[in-house]
Design a protein around this ligand. Structure first.
Ligand SMILES: Nc1nc2c(ncn2[C@@H]2O[C@H](COP(=O)(O)OP(=O)(O)OP(=O)(O)O)[C@@H](O)[C@H]2O)c(=O)[nH]1
Ligand SMILES: [Mg+2]
Length: 348
């Protein structure tokens, strides 16, 4: 939960601990030339290859640290051992681990901050591969012609890291109270907000991490808006700052009979409140989603909402969080929208 000291944006923190291990260096080799007609060949043990490094790289394709939760150990390849005939061992392959921009890396053992990723493409070598050991060929001198010294490879660095990321919602769920926002977030993420059949169940925003194939993003479920929210009615617009930086708003409208409400009217009210909070919030890319279609017999309600969306050039979806109808499709469409580069955000 946000503490009183938390800044204006939602400060939900994603945190993972991972272990990274760079590759060990290969061992140096002990060998002597064995050639036909050469009775005593010189030393010919090659050096071991260097172990691979582990580098963290800031990537725009990741918005969360979820991919590390299932995969907390990362080891780069070791270098190959040196061989006879002065053959050096091959270097171990390095690995790169993508992290979202905004990730802060700490040494989990000492607590020391190691790096703060502020830009896509930023790289940080976090564990260096071990040097390969020298083979006996390196130890030959004019007075020491048959050396048997050879070194083992040096171990690659190993670290326990704590990665921390302030989660930033990129999708905001908006709508009238009781529209089904919290139910939807509970269907598409691991978030388990309170859900109940009365308005203003949600008193504080909830964030959920959604993953679609290898894409992850954060969705915010905020308290419902009613007419006059900007004047402080209901819970007011105080929570809208939590969706100020989102790229996509998903506007949920209850089309069930039981609501006794008019979807077109609900849509209008919420749009007005968004606009009165911040003019451009109502112009944010938006999906219009008819909810509770499992209990919507009057197709007319749905049809009117659909044509309203069409008039405004907004994509329209129908879902039921109870039966699951339309949920996967909606999740996929959100992911598709977010996969487009930021600059190209226009009305979808
Ligand atoms: N039949 C049916 N009921 C639904 C569906 N989605 C939500 N509900 C019910 O609608 C009621 C309100 O759902 P919530 O998810 O709490 O609504 P909300 O938009 O988060 O409401 P506030 O937090 O009060 O703004 C609950 O009783 C849910 O069980 C649905 O797809 N079908
Ligand atoms: Mg709710």
């Amino acid at each position: 939960m946000a503490s009183p000291l938390a800044p204006a944006a939602p400060m939900f923190i994603d945190e993972v601990r991972i272990r990274v291990k760079a590759g060990n260096g290969g061992n140096g080799c002990l060998a002597f030339r064995r050639e036909k007609y050469v009775p005593r060949g010189g030393p010919s043990g090659g050096e071991g290859g260097r172990g691979g490094d582990v580098t963290l790289v800031a990537s725009e394709h990741y918005n969360t640290l979820l991919h590390f939760r299932f995969n907390p150990e990362h080891t780069a390849e070791r270098g190959r051992h040196g061989e006879g005939s002065n053959r050096s061992g091959r270097e171990g392959e390095s690995i790169e681990l993508p992290v979202p921009v905004g990730t802060i890396v700490y040494d989990a053992d000492t607590g020391e901050m190691l790096h703060d990723f502020t830009q896509a493409g930023d790289r940080f070598l976090v564990a260096r591969g071990g040097r390969g050991g020298r083979g006996n060929q390196h130890f030959a001198t004019s007075t020491h012609q048959a050396p048997t010294e050879h070194e083992p490879g040096k171990p690659g660095q190993e670290k326990y890291l704590r990665l921390e990321l302030k989660l930033l919602a990129v999708v905001g769920l908006v709508g009238f109270p009781n529209a089904g926002k919290s139910t939807l977030i509970s269907r598409i993420s691991a978030a388990r907000p309170k859900i109940a059949d009365y308005p203003f169940t949600t008193l504080e925003p909830n964030l959920g991490v959604v993953s679609v194939d290898d894409q992850t993003f954060v969705v915010a479920d905020i308290p419902g808006l009613i007419e006059g929210a900007h004047l402080g009615h209901g819970l007011g617009t105080q929570f809208l700052r939590h969706i100020e930086r989102t790229r996509l708003l998903v506007h949920l409208v209850d089309v069930s009979e039981a609501s006794g409400r008019d979807p077109v009217e609900d849509f209008r009210v919420v749009m007005e409140e968004l606009a009165s909070f911040r003019v451009d919030l109502a112009d944010r890319p938006m999906f219009v989603v008819a909810t509770k279609i499992d209990v919507a017999q009057e197709r007319d309600k749905i049809a009117r909402l659909r044509s309203l969306a069409a008039d405004k050039g907004l994509p329209f979806y129908e879902i039921s969080s109870v039966t699951g109808t339309g949920i996967e499709g909606l999740k996929y469409e959100m992911a598709q929208f977010l996969a487009k580069p930021v600059e190209k955000d226009t009305k979808p």
